[in-house]
Design a protein around this ligand. Structure first.
Ligand code: C5P
Length: 217
């Protein structure tokens, strides 16, 4: 892959599933391992980019990747919106909702309550915020993990979120998506036919994503 265009570029990547706290010992989360985001960060850093990885998971990265550790979607939003970047890759699996309140102390079960109801509120859409406040020349890439209607759902996201690319990712099947080393994706871009990539390891997929976004410049 020709990644020479990355030299000196500021690349900002998010990775991992957010953790949304109920109380000091419990949270809501998802199966994202941070592997895809870490692969993008490492490929970009190896190609000479200035890389910041905002991550919920401790993942192995090259020494020249600046790591910012976060937990919740709100922390992730704050970190992503504060960092200047030429290319932003939102590979994190952001929780759609968080608990309305986080209890200060551990939530207790009681003898007389057989049900417990949790109130949730929508998280900010970070990709959408980044996509709609893009500077000229800046590229914003998102992921769409879907179990059904992959291409249709991902195309809607491409338009609604103002992204330059959505990496559509079949999840809920073996050998693709969350927490495995390989991935099978289709790249969607405005006014371009969908580009399905062969199943490959996440490092190779990361190279292809970055190479194609550089070509679109
Ligand atoms: O809408 P959906 O969650 O399927 O979109 C996935 C894409 O949007 C991913 O790139 C994810 O990082 C991003 N996202 C976000 N903020 C949210 C939800 C998703 O940035 N609250």
């Amino acid at each position: 892959a020709d990644l020479t265009g990355l030299t000196g570029k500021r690349v900002l990547v998010s990775a991992g599933g957010t953790r949304e706290r109920l109380d000091p010992v419990r949270y809501l989360t998802n199966d994202s391992s941070g592997k895809m985001g870490a692969a993008v960060a490492n490929v970009a850093a190896a190609a000479g980019a200035e890389v910041t990885l905002v991550t919920t998971k401790a993942v192995p990265v090259l020494p020249n990747v600046q790591v910012v550790s976060v937990e919740s979607a709100q922390e992730l939003a704050q970190a992503m919106l504060a960092q200047p970047a030429d290319i932003v890759v939102m590979a994190a699996a952001v929780a759609d909702f968080r608990p309305v309140t986080t209890a200060t102390n551990k939530i207790k079960k009681t003898a007389d309550n057989d049900e417990f109801h949790l109130d949730l509120v929508k998280n900010p859409d970070i990709l959408s915020a980044l996509g709609h406040q893009k500077r000229p020349g800046q590229k914003v890439i998102g992921f769409a993990a879907e179990t059904t209607d992959l291409i249709h759902n991902a195309s809607v996201k491409l338009a609604e979120k103002g992204a330059d690319m959505i990496v559509a990712n079949q999840v809920g099947v073996p050998d693709s998506g969350f927490n495995v080393d390989v991935n099978q994706v289709t790249l969607l871009r405005p006014e371009q036919p969908p580009l399905p990539l062969p199943k490959n390891d996440k490092l190779t997929i990361a190279k292809q994503i970055l190479e194609i976004i550089l070509q679109d410049n």
